[in-house]
Write a new protein. Structure first.
Length: 313
């Protein structure tokens, strides 16, 4: 038998090289294996709990979130620092700046250079008795402008604005020298809720007058207070305390008779306190009085507060 002749295959693939069809099949197999593996991981995470499910499904997103958080490095002052540290820092800087002078190595000058490196110093030190922060304005995140008043021994007042910024480490730094500015505009006084004048002959007026005579004159004040209410008198004692005006929120305080037990009223009291022949102080207090057993008693002693007129309760 004669040998069979075979026709050679067209375009034979080179050795060690996969055909496109084989490569495609291999890639699809790898994809299927990856998908199957991912599905198995998800089902395993479902059996393990919600936390494991999140880690199995979105492991890459967690890494991205962590990296983004690490890139944020904006210095932010704490609420306590913003409320108290900024104003106090500006006061300390300005008092040191005013008390320093060019070419001196005094303690105020060294303090200024430590708080605000490179800031210029006055030619001569200024005599200042009082430095007080009047307003603090946030100009940007972590930055403030503080208006500070400085009073000299003659009573003259000058106003300066000090710029500050928060820096890493929860610290503050003065970013520039002070700028002398105009006095801040006066704020409008809110309308008073105490619109009823209490005549001097009313029971409430008599109680208030006796109470302040004892309160400022060093007498016994417990007898004027509501039971279980503790009132502490000032340390200093005045020679004479005279109530000059009582204003109330309602007509109940001005009534000729004491109302029913439990009725409460709020009043504003102006007192003329005489320390000696030359020192006379006009003082103002806020009082809450309660009716009990036919008389008024002191339920609270506070600073004068403004509130919507509410009357007796």
């Amino acid at each position: 038998m004669s040998p069979r002749l075979t026709r050679p295959a067209r375009n034979p693939s080179p050795p060690n090289e996969e055909s496109p069809l084989v490569a495609t099949g291999t890639a699809l197999g790898q994809v299927r294996r990856r998908v199957s593996g991912r599905r198995m991981a998800v089902w395993a995470a479902l059996a393990a709990g919600p936390a494991a499910l999140v880690l199995a499904v979105v492991p890459a997103s967690r890494s991205v979130a962590t990296a983004s958080v690490q890139r944020v490095a904006t210095p932010v002052a704490t609420p306590t620092q913003a409320a108290t540290g900024v104003a106090g820092h500006a006061e300390l800087f300005l008092s040191s700046w005013l008390a320093s002078a060019e070419g001196q190595t005094s303690e105020p000058a060294r303090r200024v250079q430590a708080m605000a490196p490179g800031v210029g110093l006055p030619k001569t030190a200024a005599p200042v008795t009082v430095v007080s922060a009047l307003s603090t304005v946030a100009t940007a995140p972590g930055r403030w402008a503080v208006t500070v008043a400085a009073t000299d021994p003659k009573g003259a007042v000058r106003y300066f604005q000090v710029p500050l910024a928060a820096v890493p480490g929860d610290r503050l730094v003065v970013v520039a020298g002070p700028a002398e500015v105009a006095a801040p505009p006066a704020a409008d006084t809110p309308p008073s809720a105490f619109t009823v004048t209490v005549p001097t002959g009313r029971p409430l007026a008599a109680t208030v007058a006796e109470f302040f005579t004892a309160y400022l004159g060093g007498g016994q004040i417990a007898r004027y207070a509501v039971p279980d209410v503790q009132l502490a008198a000032p340390v200093s004692v005045v020679r004479k305390a005279e109530v000059t005006q009582i204003s109330a929120e309602s007509q109940t305080a001005a009534a000729e008779e004491v109302p029913a037990d439990g009725t409460r009223v709020r009043v504003r009291v102006r007192v003329r306190a005489q320390q000696d022949e030359r020192q006379v102080w006009p003082l103002e207090y806020g009082l809450t009085l309660a009716a009990r057993a036919g008389r008024w008693e002191i339920a609270a002693l506070t600073a004068v507060q403004s509130a919507p007129a509410g009357g007796a309760r």
